[in-house]
Design a protein around this ligand. Structure first.
Ligand code: ZN
Length: 245
């Protein structure tokens, strides 16, 4: 089975549409969405509508998804993120709020799991480094997790003697998942990448070939920025899309 892996869409419809267009050329059987459909971007309703209608999509909640529906308090959010959450809350339809409220914070299949943050703190923990990864090893119930939240594409691995490591993916290249090794994989953010590359970031997991392919894709980011301006969203959030920061 081939899975399209998307995370941190953050209300960026042009990015999401470009990614789904890509999957027409490289078809997948199912989708995995690692949370944060909304927040930051100008198209929260549109993005929820698209994800809701995706066939065979496993979706879990991110901190922004829950914050807009009041299931997560925004005191831990930076002021600009909190402003965007409040704006998203003001425009989201009741039906879409109900959809976001219904999302769980983790999901599992036979051999893998998905969370937004980390196995230890599914919604809120940032996994930027090997120290946090090591602290999470005892919380992993599967050998493979897909996560989001940091918006930085990165993988972490651990062999049974608890030796750990991490690495970056190469765009367009396949990464092999080896038996007996534990992995936590973040394929980056569709709608607000923060690794210095403004292109949408996502991937494809093939559980038969045991591979993960990392993909970067250009999209019409000026369209997103124009709509953010019209919505009165903070300038910094608009600018950062140009730099992928
Ligand atoms: Zn996010």
């Amino acid at each position: 089975m081939r899975y399209g892996i998307i995370a941190d869409i953050h209300g960026n419809l042009p990015a999401l549409e470009a990614v789904l267009e890509y999957f027409k050329k490289e078809p997948v059987d199912r989708y995995i969405c690692c949370g944060d459909i909304v927040g930051y971007g100008p198209f929260p309703n549109e993005c929820v509508d698209v994800v809701k209608k995706l066939e065979n999509c496993i979706t879990i909640a991110g901190n922004h998804d829950w914050a807009v529906v009041g299931l997560e308090d925004i005191y831990s959010f930076n002021p600009l993120a909190a402003m965007a959450v409040k704006w998203s809350r003001s425009v989201l339809s009741q039906e879409n709020k109900e959809f976001l409220s219904s999302l769980g914070d983790q999901a599992y299949e036979k051999d893998w799991g998905i969370v937004h943050g980390s196995p230890r703190q599914p919604v809120n923990e940032y996994m930027f480094d090997e120290t946090v990864f090591r602290q999470n090893l005892n919380h992993m119930t599967k050998d493979l997790y897909f996560i989001g939240h940091t918006h930085i594409p990165l993988y972490f691995w651990s062999v049974p003697n608890k030796r750990v490591g991490s690495g970056f993916f190469l765009s367009g290249k396949e990464f092999f998942i080896e038996k007996g090794i534990s992995y936590i994989i973040n394929l980056g953010s569709v709608g607000q990448p923060r690794d210095g590359d403004p292109r949408a970031s996502f991937g494809i997991f093939d559980d038969v070939e045991s591979t993960v392919k990392f993909v970067r894709l250009e999209y019409d980011l000026e369209k997103t920025q124009k709509n953010m301006r019209e919505a009165g969203l903070p300038g910094f959030l608009i600018e950062r899309l140009s730099y992928g920061r």
